[in-house]
Ligand binder design. Structure first.
Ligand code: CP
Ligand code: NVA
Length: 310
């Protein structure tokens, strides 16, 4: 069976730990795993803009001995010109792995349904599982064991990051809290999935509207932009709605004294996070960004190995 990474619960608790252990090893020894030796190709397709994802996949594939083919839908036949099914069948004959940042989650699912190589979701409107692996790697580095830690994500809990934190952190056995205004709550089916997973890993899931209540005793405080890619026309309304979820020094002070601050970036210091927090001593955002490379390399190595073993 070909293994894909389309949403965070595509890995079990044990599998997620295998990937995270490998990510830690690859951080210590970047050239330890080279399944793409001799320039085997990984296609990395972008339908939305990117800095970290683009660079980290390019560097990661190169570290693994391969060639990163960076593409976009405008300059290829994707994007309504050729079907995802036909594209998937053609690409499967030519590349080792397909990585895709796109809008609808259904797009990556369709790609995977017809692929004979692993497909990795590099962000959709619904999930960003590569980011969550990097975040978990960063939290492990800071705190050791993931199980039993409490993380609070504040802001737009209906976006890709909100959904991925619910699934990915529940898989890790963490207590995941989200704090958001009415109307920006996570999808009910995803909350239900996260709760079902948490019941098997010893984690928990809680949804708050009160920002202050949500951060009490938390080990990790996280936020994301209030205006995701594709939502630019809603900016004024969102900025007016999310104000009380801004992560300030005052809010951080209500979490544990050794709490860390995380943000997937890009960050907007005038909105979701105050400069004193993101640029302060509790922030681990630069480690978090670097870990995209190590976590994604581990994911690619793991998916290729599992897909070949099948
Ligand atoms: N965090 C993240 O995915 O960043 P980019 O949009 O720059 O890739
Ligand atoms: N929620 C953000 C994440 C960016 C990495 C977006 O989708 O724009």
């Amino acid at each position: 069976m070909i293994r894909h990474m389309l949403r965070d619960d595509d890995l079990t608790h044990a599998e997620q730990l295998e990937v995270l252990d490998l990510a830690a090893r690859l951080k210590r020894d970047p050239f330890a795993a080279r399944p793409l030796e001799n320039g085997k190709t990984v296609a990395v397709i972008f339908d939305k803009t990117s800095t970290r994802t683009r660079i980290s996949f390019a560097v990661g594939v190169s570290d693994m001995g391969g060639y990163p083919l960076l593409m976009d839908s405008q300059s290829s036949q994707l994007g309504g010109k050729e079907s995802i099914e036909d594209t998937s069948k053609v690409m499967s004959r030519m590349v080792e792995t397909i990585v895709w940042r796109t809008f609808a989650q259904a797009n990556v699912e369709e790609m995977a349904a017809h692929a004979s190589v692993p497909v990795i979701n590099a962000l959709t409107d619904d999930f960003h599982p590569c980011q969550i692996l990097a975040d978990l790697q960063t939290i492990r580095e800071q705190k050791g064991e993931l199980r039993g830690l409490t993380a609070t994500y504040l802001g737009d809990a209906a976006n890709n990051m909100g959904h991925s934190y619910l699934l990915g952190f529940a898989t890790a056995g963490m207590n995941i809290r989200v704090a958001c205004p009415e109307g920006y709550q996570p999808r009910e089916d995803i909350v239900a999935d996260a709760k079902r997973i948490a019941a098997t890993t010893g984690g928990s899931v809680e949804i708050f509207t009160d920002a202050s209540a949500s951060v009490q005793g938390a080990d990790v405080i996280i936020t994301d932009t209030w205006v995701s890619m594709g939502q630019e026309s809603e900016k004024a309304e969102r900025v007016a709605t999310f104000g009380e979820y801004r992560v300030t020094g005052e809010l951080m002070a209500q979490a544990k004294s050794d709490a860390i601050f995380m943000h997937c970036l890009p960050a907007y210091r005038e909105y979701e996070v105050a400069p004193e927090v993101i640029d302060g001593p509790q922030s681990v955002v630069w480690d978090e960004a670097e870990n995209r490379i190590h976590a994604q390399k581990a994911l690619m190595v793991w998916l290729l190995a599992k897909s070949q073993a099948a």
